[in-house]
Design a protein around this ligand. Structure first.
Ligand code: ADP
Ligand code: MG
Length: 181
């Protein structure tokens, strides 16, 4: 229980720090993040990518998704009860608002997890060892425990802490990407 309180306090503190960032600060960090991602061999060689359709307090993905969706298969999560289904991004005009106000693709579910070459994962708090904390509902933990291909967390510097409390079900990232400037 104590651990739960700690985790919620940390989430709250990080959300406030993100809310305090200016649009310019966010854009500068996002440029640095996507530059690193786009130049990584994992991304360059990937045919199929898991991404996410960002909300305001998350590292922005919309331009990146638009940029690459003709050359690579981009999958996005769709909330289905307690689980995340994956569907292919086929243009903004095919997206509908789902749970939590997030835009989601429509169409068939993508179930071939082995074919996802790289998973790019948002979060609320990360540490540099790849530990990740989400919003507290465990959606990504329940998805990623079925996916064995590389996982890359992306975050603002304000989301990094020295050492994150982890629990047995937490799914670690292979790498966490953030602006080094
Ligand atoms: P988050 O990762 O979103 O910050 P937590 O790690 O605190 O959230 O997990 C939230 C809840 O999700 C926990 O109560 C946990 O039991 C549940 N959960 C996480 N992974 C799984 C899983 N693989 N199967 C079933 N429940 C899970
Ligand atoms: Mg977790």
């Amino acid at each position: 229980m104590e651990n739960k309180i700690d985790k919620n306090a940390l989430r709250k503190q990080v959300r406030l720090a993100i809310a305090a960032m200016t649009a310019e600060e966010k854009a500068r960090e996002e440029d640095a993040i996507w530059q690193q991602v786009e130049s990584s061999p994992l991304f360059v060689q990937a045919n199929t990518l898991l991404l996410y359709w960002s909300l305001n307090n998350e590292v922005a993905t919309h331009a990146l998704i638009e940029k690459w969706c003709k050359q690579k298969t981009i999958l996005l999560p769709v909330v289905n009860g307690e689980t995340l289904d994956l569907k292919r991004y086929e243009g903004i005009q095919t997206m509908t608002e789902g749970a939590y106000g997030i835009l989601e693709p429509t169409g068939a579910n993508w179930t071939n997890y082995e074919a996802i070459d790289l998973n790019i994962v948002p979060g609320v708090v990360f540490d540099k060892d790849g530990h990740r904390m989400g919003h507290g509902k465990g959606y990504y933990d329940r998805l990623l425990c079925h996916i064995n291909t590389p996982k890359m967390g992306v975050c603002y510097k304000a989301q990094l802490v020295e050492d994150l409390p982890v629990e047995p079900w937490d799914q670690p990232m292979d790498k966490v990407i953030y602006s080094k400037d």
